[in-house]
Ligand binder design. Structure first.
Ligand SMILES: [Mg+2]
Length: 188
């Protein structure tokens, strides 16, 4: 029986278009490196303006200009031979929870378009990622790596660089920096 692998999408498989759309909305030129926290909406300003941004964001397709991480697709295709792959991705937007329906559609269509080898029935959209039992999980957010999974990998990202090795050790999590490293770890 194949081992179960749970893989996050945003900031693990691809950079979604969120920051580009935020820059378009604000007329700014922020880069991921300018931020240290996951939630970056506070640069927009007032709560009213943030809500207006959410409406603008939802009217766009955040995956139209998504950029894949180097090797992500090829290595996932290889991993598919050895692992039962589940994409596990949050779709309910922080701060705009009840407006999130279109994000499910945009994300699902992107996955279907880009990853013909991923079984559509193995796409899980939830913000509650700690309820799953699996052999391996890859995510860029430490709060999502608290469930009963044997090997938990934190994908290095702009917002998790300040998490210390001690903190990772406490959660039994290992940091990985790229897909080549994931390939070396998971296929031997
Ligand atoms: Mg993510």
């Amino acid at each position: 029986m194949k081992k179960k692998l749970l893989v996050d999408l945003d900031y693990v498989i691809c950079h979604p278009g969120f920051l580009k759309i935020l820059n378009d909305f604000c007329g700014t030129n922020y880069k991921e490196e300018d931020f240290t926290e996951y939630i970056i909406d506070n640069v927009i300003g007032s709560q009213e303006k943030i809500q207006a941004f959410y409406d603008y964001y939802i009217s766009k397709d955040g995956y139209k200009d998504a950029v894949l991480f180097e090797g992500a697709k090829e290595i996932l295709r290889k991993l598919d031979k050895y692992y039962d792959i589940y994409i596990c991705s949050a779709c309910v937007m922080f701060g705009a929870e009840r407006k999130s329906a279109k994000l499910f559609k945009d994300k699902f269509e992107y996955l279907i378009r880009e990853f013909e080898f991923i079984d559509p029935e193995k796409i899980i959209f939830t913000n509650s990622k700690n309820i799953f039992i699996a052999d391996v999980q890859i995510d860029d957010r430490l709060p999502n790596l608290q469930g009963p999974v044997k090997l938990k990998l934190l994908f290095d990202s702009y917002h998790n660089k300040n998490i210390s090795d001690e903190e990772l050790e406490k959660s039994n999590v290992r940091r990985v920096y790229n897909w080549k490293e994931i390939e070396n770890l998971l296929i031997n």
